[in-house]
Design a protein around this ligand. Sequence first.
Ligand code: MYA
Length: 415
Amino acid sequence: EANTLPKDDSSLENIVRRFQDSMSLSKRHKFWETQPVGQFKDVGDTSLPEGPIEPPTPLSEVKQEPYNLPSQYEWTTCDMDSEETCNEVYNLLKNNYVEDDENMFRFNYSKEFLRWALRPPGYYKSWHIGVRAKTSKKLVAFITGVPARIRVRDEVVKMAEINFLCVHKKLRTKRLAPVMIKEVTRRVHLENIWQAAYTAGVVLPTPITTCQYWHRSLNPKKLIDVGFSRLGPRMTMSRTIKLYKLPDQPVTPGFRKMELRDVPAVTRLLRQYLSQFVVSPDFDENDVEHWLLPTEDVVDSYLVESPKTHDITDFCSFYSLPSSILGNQNYSILKAAYSYYNVSTKTPLLQLMNDALIVAKKKDFDVFNALDVMHNESFLKELKFGPGDGQLHYYLYNYRIRNALRTSELGLVLL
Ligand code: MYA
């Protein structure tokens, strides 16, 4: 025991510790405390190295059988090619996935979106994991991973992006989530992958950064009617509608939808742009074709082709993620576009994103959302985005980052 000095309970260290213990940040996390993630007690410890927290184990030592579930439940691998399975997943999420703090809205990912999100290049079917009730075969829980190469500083790391963790409302707080997380971890390890990236609205040990959503009204009347936004002070409905009015057509010459033939140029543009951030995906042409080539009602991408040189100089994209409106007489769906990856080299980012708003409005989206990542802060206020409530925390599994990042150092958008 190196420290033989009696500990004075009133030492600053102890006062700080008792204060932290009383704060939510050091709530005990019985599960997360056992996992190779940055722990709250290590925040600020500059002696810890960046990189993997624990080394890979030999594949022969990875547990070969699934983890045990409570006896009424069984594992299932969800085949997203199957219309029937895709429907079951869609319905589980539609009824039980993420809601806002006031329970007014719930994400309603479309089936086409789920197929897109879960079948990128090199995906593993075994990472699309469901839990069924043994007797009724009803799908009651879900978690997924997809493979990605994520660059952290100058290291490209093979990771799993974990998403769509969902436990049926009737089965909450029974510690099913930790079993699901351990099972997806086991199946990722079986593919010799040892790191993961994920986001959550809840604080867990320990975010690499914490982002905020900003919202740009496109259909202010509906947003106010459904309680998504409120009339500002000293504002009337007609003044509000006028405030958010947009031109009918994009203003940038050469602004057009991305096509298959643009994949090489967009890949070059995006790789160059993303290289400046501390954490970003390492996209190749296959990834760009999958993640950014427009897919109707799923993802949209536009670019600026110089009318003179035909160079591709700028790029913007957004994905489509509607929310169910819970308990409104007049509307049942909120149509939301989410800013994805944007690159400006010639067109000012402000003008490029204004054109993105214009095309989103034409496609009948009610709201355009963006996180304060990458260079987004440079246009949010000027383009009349307002800050949302609630935060989105980004995490890495089994990879330590010494200090939390600024949101503008993050070049990663998860779905
Ligand atoms: S984020 C979206 C999460 N989904 C929802 O919010 C939908 C609505 N909510 C639910 O379905 C349930 O409330 C869920 C929890 C399923 C979230 N991420 O079973 P429990 C911890 C990680 O009794 P339930 C997304 O999809 C919690 O702190 N952990 O709780 C990314 C506690 O642990 P501890 C979470 O409410 C997911 C334990 O679970 C989350 O019935 C990334 C309680 O379990 C959360 N969002 O179910 C997953 N919420 O005691 C991690 C709660 O320690 C991936 N918990 O505090 C890690 C990388 C894995 C791969 C690694 C490969 C190398």
